[in-house]
Design a protein around this ligand. Structure first.
Ligand code: ADP
Length: 498
C-alpha cells in the first residue's frame, strides 16, 4: 500500500519514526445512521414496561466520537432497584420456574432471531454510543450476541445433561452488572445462560453505554417474554451497589474493574449469594522466532488496537523472542502506521473512539507515566479528529517488568514490548502479573504451544490467533482477573444449583 516511506522525528532509540506517504487515502465510507431511532429519553425496563424512575432523575448519554448527546436515560435509586428485584422475584415465582423448559427455550430462540433481524440497527447504535469501529460491532459484537442466545436456548430443555446424575435447579433472581466495552455482547453473555437455567434477571448496563441494552429491552418486550423475567435498569455505580446489597438477590454476576470486583466480593462474603467475577487483565502475547511473523503481527494488532484496547483480554504485553525482535518491531511499526483512527461509523476505520473522556484521561496518564518510567514511546503518525476522544496506537519499548505500564491494566491502545530468550524466561515473565485472564502464543511448534498453555496462568490461551470467541467456549480468569466462567457449559452451571 505504501508507495514511499520517509523518515520523520527520531524516537531516540535509534529507530526512525515512520510516516507512510501513500499519496492517496480511502474515501469516507460512513455507515448511515439517518434511519436509526434513538428516543430522546429512556425509562427503566421493569416488569415488562418502561417506567419512570422514582428518583425523577435522568442523565445524558453521548457519542464519544462527536461528544454529541444521543439521549438521556433514567437514573435508578434504591427504590427503583428494589422495584426491579421485586418484579424479577414475582416473575420467577409466578411464571418462569413453572414454565416447561422447552417453552423457556422458545423465548430465548425468539430473542436471538430478533437480534439478528435488527443486527444492523444494533451495530450502529453500539458504535454511536460506545465508540468502537462499526466493523467490530457489525462483524463481532452483534452476531456473537445473537449466537449466545441461540446457543443457550438449546440448553434450556437439556439441563439434566449439563449436570449428569444431579437435579439442576435455577438459583432464582440474578443481578447482573456489566461494563462499557461490549455492551450488547456482555448483556447476552449474562442474560442468555441465566434464562436458560431458569433464573430471572435484573441487568444494569454501564453508565456510558446504556443504549443497546435498552434496545434489547425493547426486543425482549416485543418477544412476549413474561413480564419481569428480564428487567433492565440504568444508573451509576451506586445502582450497581444497591443491586449487590439487595437481600432478595440469589446470584451476582459482575464484569468490570478488579477494584469494584473486590468491593463486591467483600459485600457478598457471608451471604447466600452466589458470585462470579470477570475482572481486569494484562494479557501476554508471546512471539517465538519460528512463528509466522506477519500473521503474528496482525494478531498483535487485532489483540490491542482494533478495539481501542477496550478489551479485558487485550494482548497488552508483547513478548518477542530476542532473535526476531528487530524484525517484529519494524513490522509492527509499519503496520500501525497504516491503521486508520477516526470516525467509528466509517467502515474503513480500524481504531474508533475511546469510550469516554475519563477513560482517555486514564490512558493519557499511563502514556505520560510510561515516558517518566524511562520507556521509549512510538506512536503512529496518523491524524485524529479534533472533537471526540481518540488515542493513537502507542508502543512502548525498553520496558522492564517492574514498570507500571507493564503491570497495570491501561484499557487503551497501548502496547508494551519486551524480549525473552527461553521458554522458561517468558513463562516466568508472562506469569509475573496480578492478572490471569488470557494469553497468546505464536509459534510453529505444537510442543511449544502445549508447554506454554499448561504453564501460563491464564484462563484463556489462544495459539496462533487472538481474541477469538465462541458461545461454546468458556471464558474467565485466574488471580485478580476473577473467578467463574462465562460461555459454554461452564457458563450455564454458574446459574444452576444442584
Ligand atoms: P470500568 O472501570 O471498566 O468502568 P467499573 O468496574 O467501574 O469498570 O464498572 C463496571 C460496572 O460496574 C458498571 O456498570 C458500573 O456502573 C458498575 N459499578 C461501579 N461501581 C460499583 C459498585 N461499587 N458496586 C456495583 N457496581 C458498580
Amino acid at each position: 500500500m505504501a508507495s514511499s516511506v520517509k523518515k520523520k522525528n527520531g524516537t531516540g532509540n535509534g529507530q526512525p519514526k515512520l510516516k507512510f506517504n501513500t499519496g492517496w487515502e480511502y474515501a469516507p465510507a460512513p455507515e448511515s445512521s439517518s434511519h436509526i431511532k434513538i428516543n430522546s429519553r429512556y425509562d427503566l425496563f421493569i416488569g415488562g414496561k418502561f417506567v419512570k424512575p422514582s428518583s425523577g432523575k435522568y442523565f445524558d448519554t453521548i457519542n464519544p466520537a462527536t461528544e454529541a448527546k444521543l439521549s438521556e436515560v433514567a437514573e435508578s435509586n434504591t427504590a427503583d432497584v428494589d422495584k426491579a428485584v421485586k418484579a424479577a422475584r414475582q416473575a420467577y415465582d409466578k411464571y418462569w420456574k413453572k414454565m416447561p423448559a422447552r417453552e423457556r427455550g422458545k423465548y430465548i430462540f425468539r430473542i436471538s432471531r430478533m437480534i439478528q433481524e435488527r443486527a444492523r440497527e444494533l451495530a450502529i447504535i453500539e458504535t454511536m454510543n460506545g465508540g468502537k469501529a462499526i466493523r467490530e460491532s457489525r462483524d463481532i459484537d452483534v452476531p456473537l450476541a445473537a449466537n449466545h442466545f441461540f446457543y443457550y436456548a438449546g440448553w434450556a430443555d437439556k439441563l439434566q445433561f449439563a449436570l449428569p446424575n444431579k437435579t439442576p435447579k435455577p438459583l432464582g433472581v440474578a443481578a447482573q452488572i456489566i461494563p462499557w466495552n461490549f455492551p450488547l455482547l456482555m448483556a447476552a453473555w449474562k442474560i442468555a445462560p441465566a434464562l436458560a437455567a431458569g433464573n430471572t434477571v435484573v441487568l444494569k448496563p454501564a453508565e456510558t453505554t446504556p443504549l443497546t441494552a435498552l434496545k434489547l429491552a425493547e426486543i425482549i418486550q416485543e418477544s412476549g417474554l413474561p413480564e419481569g423475567v428480564v428487567n433492565i435498569i440504568t444508573g451509576f455505580g451506586n445502582t450497581g451497589a444497591d443491586l449487590v446489597y439487595h437481600n432478595d438477590v440469589d446470584k451476582i454476576a459482575f464484569t468490570g474493574s478488579t477494584e469494584v470486583g473486590k468491593i463486591i466480593q467483600k459485600a457478598v462474603a457471608g451471604t447466600r449469594k452466589k458470585l462470579t467475577l470477570e475482572l481486569g487483565g494484562k494479557a501476554a502475547n508471546i512471539i517465538f522466532d519460528d512463528a509466522p511473523l506477519d500473521q503474528a503481527v496482525e494478531g498483535i494488532v487485532n489483540g490491542i488496537f482494533f478495539n481501542q484496547g477496550h478489551v479485558c483480554c487485550a494482548g497488552s504485553r508483547l513478548f518477542v523472542q530476542e532473535s526476531v525482535y528487530n524484525k517484529v518491531l519494524r513490522k509492527l511499526k509499519d503496520r500501525i502506521e497504516t491503521l486508520i483512527v477516526g470516525d467509528p461509523l466509517d467502515k474503513n476505520t480500524d481504531v474508533g473512539a475511546i469510550n469516554s473522556k475519563a477513560q482517555l484521561e486514564i490512558i493519557n496518564r499511563y502514556i505520560a507515566l510510561g515516558k517518566e518510567e524511562g520507556a521509549e514511546i512510538y506512536q503512529s503518525g496518523c491524524s485524529v479528529p479534533k472533537k471526540g476522544f481518540f488515542c493513537r496506537p502507542t508502543l512502548f519499548t525498553n520496558v522492564s517488568q517492574s514498570h507500571r505500564i507493564a503491570q497495570e491494566e491501561i484499557f487503551g491502545p497501548v502496547l508494551t514490548i519486551q524480549t525473552f530468550r527461553t521458554d522458561e524466561e517468558v513463562i516466568e515473565k508472562a506469569n509475573n502479573s496480578p492478572y490471569g485472564l488470557s494469553a497468546g502464543v505464536w509459534t510453529d511448534k505444537g510442543s511449544k504451544i502445549f508447554n506454554l498453555t499448561t504453564k501460563l496462568k491464564a484462563g484463556v490461551i489462544w495459539a496462533n490467533t487472538y481474541n477469538k470467541f465462541d458461545p461454546t467456549s468458556p471464558f474467565g480468569g485466574y488471580k485478580e482477573s476473577g473467578f467463574g466462567r462465562e460461555g459454554g457449559l461452564h457458563g450455564l452451571t454458574s446459574y444452576l444449583a444442584s
